[in-house]
Write a protein that binds this ligand. Structure first.
Ligand code: NAD
Length: 235
């Protein structure tokens, strides 16, 4: 694939915001939610990924998340994750706002990462208000020392986003000089409001996706192709 002629040169920007979705991690072998092979073809979110399911059967919900942690622990960051991390090394204000929960941006070397939907690698006790990182598979204990069940620090279906993360994301966009969406269908709200916010702020916007999305026509530049190939060509 060739980049469209009018594509901006990323080297000319100092504060690029990357807004990433499941399509980027698809190249690391992690299935997206929508489309063929998506996780919800096999598992119903109502039974595995919402607070109601957890309240009803925490062991079943944990079994599902243990499978995902185990699977993702064997995946490696894609070329696309690596390019984004390389850009941050040269342009230290580069920020990633991700909808992904897999931790692959950090494993690729990105430091400024806003995890809008939380992380599979953080655990929390809602009773004590404690959040901590845990990479142990399987978990040593599914219960906190207070006796309550721990839960993954993830924004499940029907959960609100954490305000703090939204503010970080908005702050990054306010300071940005370029906004690039990578591999997101942009149908999951409120996250999908962020590209709209960037457009409204007159920040130049680029969309990278293998296919058109509902928002494609709103971006200033659209590049059709796989995340890794396009990002490598852009940098
Ligand atoms: P999505 O599944 O709705 O959409 C994925 C998008 O990526 C699609 O538009 C598809 O055309 C595009 N795509 C697929 N392969 C691509 C590639 N190689 N290069 C470029 N684009 C590609 O995902 P979403 O928009 O991120 O939203 C769904 C929700 O799913 C998010 O909230 C996210 O938290 C969650 N999710 C996360 C993971 C993960 O952590 N890896 C995996 C699945 C879903």
């Amino acid at each position: 694939m060739d980049l469209p002629n009018n594509t901006p040169d990323l080297h000319q920007f100092d504060h690029i915001v990357f807004f990433t979705g499941a399509g980027l991690s698809a190249e690391s072998g992690i299935p997206t939610y929508r489309g063929k092979g998506g996780i919800w073809e096999t598992y119903r979110y109502e039974e595995h990924a919402c607070q109601r399911a957890f309240d009803k059967d925490p062991e079943k919900v944990w079994d599902f998340h243990e499978i995902r942690r185990e699977f993702i622990s064997h995946c490696i960051p894609s070329e696309g994750h690596k390019v984004i991390a390389e850009i941050e090394k040269v342009k230290p204000l580069t920020t990633v706002i991700t909808q992904n929960i897999d931790g692959l941006h950090q494993r690729a070397g990105s430091n400024r990462v806003v995890e809008l939907h939380g992380s599979l690698w953080r655990i929390r006790c809602d009773k004590e208000g404690i959040v901590y990182e845990s990479h142990k598979i399987p978990l040593t204990n599914r219960r906190c020392s207070c006796g309550a069940y721990l839960r993954p620090d993830i924004v499940w279906f029907e959960d609100p986003l954490k305000e703090e993360e939204i503010f970080k994301a908005i702050d990054a966009i306010n300071q940005s000089d370029l906004f690039i969406s990578v591999g997101t269908s942009a149908v999951v709200f409120p996250a999908a409001q962020l590209p709209l916010y960037a457009i409204q702020k007159n920040v130049p916007t680029i969309e990278i996706n293998i296919e058109k999305t509902l928002m494609t026509s709103m971006y200033q530049y659209q590049i059709q192709g796989t995340a890794s190939e396009v990002l490598r060509k852009l940098w």
